[in-house]
Design a protein around this ligand. Structure first.
Ligand SMILES: [Zn+2]
Length: 249
């Protein structure tokens, strides 16, 4: 791994910082990557719960699966990578500049580490919402409740509740995408951390940042294959090691 101590970033000199994170940031917290072997989505798929239709056909099985995953997340703690990102946000915001963390993770560990400006592209495993798209119940935090095997009824309309995560075949939340795009259009520093960089629309974010004239960095355990010329710099290593070094720690 390259020595990153020499390339600590002067975060406060950037007017708009956008960081995209993926499962690689949560590995050191003991959470599996989503798409790799044994990952959450592989299990969801093998249990045939990945399709959006499963929410209606087998709401209790979907609920039980994510309840189990939620317990796992509840027991996990943020690691040095999450903490470094929260520190970076503080530095940038204290300088009066803009910061946005866009995450593909559904584990809520960024918020638990102290990150405030977070867009959850794939929703959150810690929240539930109504399975009826027409229902006006807003998503709410489960706070460790409803760990049972059956989906509780919606308090507004009695339809089964569902996890507030984006399943295959479902649209990403529009407000999350709009917030991400707005930040990318005006950023001058973009980092992608712990993500394969191949899943759209997140994979296109670096191009938006490049178009905005931003400096672009890719941090991951493994190099992108094929590599993406839109990234100016590539740092290989674990997120929990690289991110503190970019803070000069
Ligand atoms: Zn409802």
């Amino acid at each position: 791994m390259r020595d990153t101590s020499a390339i600590a970033i002067h975060w406060e000199t950037y007017r708009g910082v956008v960081v995209l994170t993926g499962a690689g940031v949560s590995v050191a917290s003991g959470l599996p990557t989503y798409r790799g072997k044994g990952g959450l989505w592989e299990k969801v798929e093998s249990a045939k719960l990945a399709d959006a239709a499963a929410i209606f056909e087998r709401p209790h099985e979907v609920w039980a699966f994510f309840s189990k995953a939620r317990l796992h997340v509840h027991k996990a703690a943020p690691n040095a990578g999450h903490q470094a990102l929260a520190s970076i946000e503080r530095l940038v915001r204290e300088a009066g500049h803009d910061f946005l963390l866009i995450t593909q993770n559904v584990d809520g560990l960024h918020q638990r580490a102290g990150s405030g400006e977070v867009v959850e592209l794939h929703g959150s495993i810690t929240k539930a919402r109504c399975s009826d798209p027409g229902c006006d119940l807003p998503p709410f935090d489960l706070q460790g409740k409803h760990k049972g095997k059956r989906a509780p009824p919606c308090p507004h309309c009695t339809a089964p509740l569902r996890p507030d995560v984006v399943l295959f075949g479902e649209m990403l939340p529009t407000d999350a995408i709009q917030r991400a795009k707005h930040a990318l259009d005006t950023c001058d520093l973009f980092l992608a951390v712990g993500t394969s960089g191949t899943v759209y629309p997140a994979a296109s974010f670096v191009r938006s940042a490049e178009y905005a004239g931003a400096r672009t960095l890719y941090l991951n355990l493994e190099a992108m294959d094929p590599s993406d010329p839109a990234f100016d710099e590539v740092l290989l290593g674990p997120a929990e090691v690289l991110l503190p070094r970019l803070l000069g720690l």
